[in-house]
Design a protein around this ligand. Structure first.
Ligand code: P6P
Length: 333
């Protein structure tokens, strides 16, 4: 079968009027940047990039050297192209402005440059997550408020998964499409057209060590799954938890499932664990575009009105019927 590259796919999306030339350039640049990130990630100990960077990120979390490297790669790859008004990164407290001597464009790029980086030192899959918004009309230099747009307004979203193979999965609003990196050619090949999440599943993903802190609806839902065929669900369920959101969500997009990082007593003050703007929103758009659902338990993630750039939200996403059941349990509580 003739191989279709990411470039050809994007040109066809542009020809169909689904994306602009600038958005195509943006996605090509991000794809090139994640190839550079992959080179560093896959070198592991050989490149002296494992371990702590000796610095903390905006969340006060110890940064891994690769967090910092991945962040620099994405910033430097995108700042000169003239397609962006500004960027926001999990690793940077404030808005990343485009250097004054470069032209500006109409898009905002938000990203978690290396998600799941705690898995790097144990050689488990990690990923990069990105989200694209339009810069609202107004001053050329975007403020934090320029980024605070609900997820329904995203123009594109996707992730790179640095796994046994490196994949790029993205949506521009016309379904979810997966590309696999041909490492010899250095090009992403279109391998997974129109990825879909089955509406039903027998597989759930949650960090069960937090069980005693969960709210009642989550305790009830997970408890029923664990009772299996002896309980009200009448069927057995499987459990997976990679502790790398990109890997866990990719599994859901590939074979279904429900992924949960709910708010609990331990993290209630923060509002949840996962970040809205560059983790929950892009993943929620992908999952909805693939026929799944994505909720905080109390509202659709894509309709959450952001108030802070690095705010966190509860995340319950995946197979539609299971997400709907969890939402119903919250409503009953
Ligand atoms: P826990 C990685 O640190 C991350 O942000 C997500 O990728 C992942 O789903 C979650 O945190 C894992 O959290 O509490 O299980 O280590």
């Amino acid at each position: 079968m003739r191989r279709v590259s990411l470039t050809q796919f994007l040109i066809e999306q542009q020809r169909a009027g689904r994306i602009t030339a600038d958005l195509r350039l943006l996605l090509e640049v991000v794809a090139r940047a994640v190839k550079a990130i992959r080179v560093n990630v896959s070198r592991g100990a050989l490149a002296g990039v494992l371990g702590e960077a000796g610095t903390d990120n905006v969340q006060g979390e110890a940064q891994k050297k690769l967090d910092v490297i991945a962040n620099e790669i994405l910033l430097q790859a995108n700042e000169w192209g003239g397609h962006l008004a500004g960027m926001a990164s999990e690793e940077v407290e404030t808005v990343c402005q485009i250097p004054f001597d470069y032209p500006k464009g109409g898009y905002l790029l938000l990203f978690d440059p290396l998600d799941g980086s705690s898995n790097i030192d144990i050689n488990v899959s990690v990923g990069s997550i990105f989200s694209v918004l339009s810069n609202p009309p107004g001053p050329t230099e975007p403020s934090e408020e320029s980024f605070l747009q609900a997820g329904v307004l995203q123009k594109a979203a996707g992730y790179a998964l640095y796994g046994p193979s490196t994949m790029l999965v993205l949506t521009v609003g016309n379904g979810v499409h997966g590309f696999t990196l041909d490492t010899e050619m250095g090009s992403f090949i279109y391998t997974n057209p129109f990825m879909t999440v089955p509406v039903d599943t027998r597989e759930y993903a949650i960090n069960c060590s937090n069980a005693r802190f969960w709210e009642e609806p989550v305790k009830r839902y997970v408890g029923e799954l664990q009772e299996g065929r002896d309980g009200p669900r009448g069927e057995d369920f499987n459990m997976r938890w990679v502790a790398s959101m990109v890997a866990d969500v990719h599994r859901v997009l590939t074979r279904g499932g429900i992924f949960m990082y709910p708010v609990d007593e331990k993290i209630r003050a923060q509002g949840g664990k996962l970040r809205l703007m560059y983790e929950a929103n892009p993943m929620a758009l992908l999952v909805e575009q693939a026929g799944g659902a994505a909720s905080t338990g109390r509202e659709r993630i894509l309709e959450v009105q952001p108030v802070k750039l690095h705010q966190r939200v509860p995340v319950i996403l995946g197979s539609k019927h299971e997400v709907e059941r969890v939402v119903a349990y919250h409503a009953e509580a």
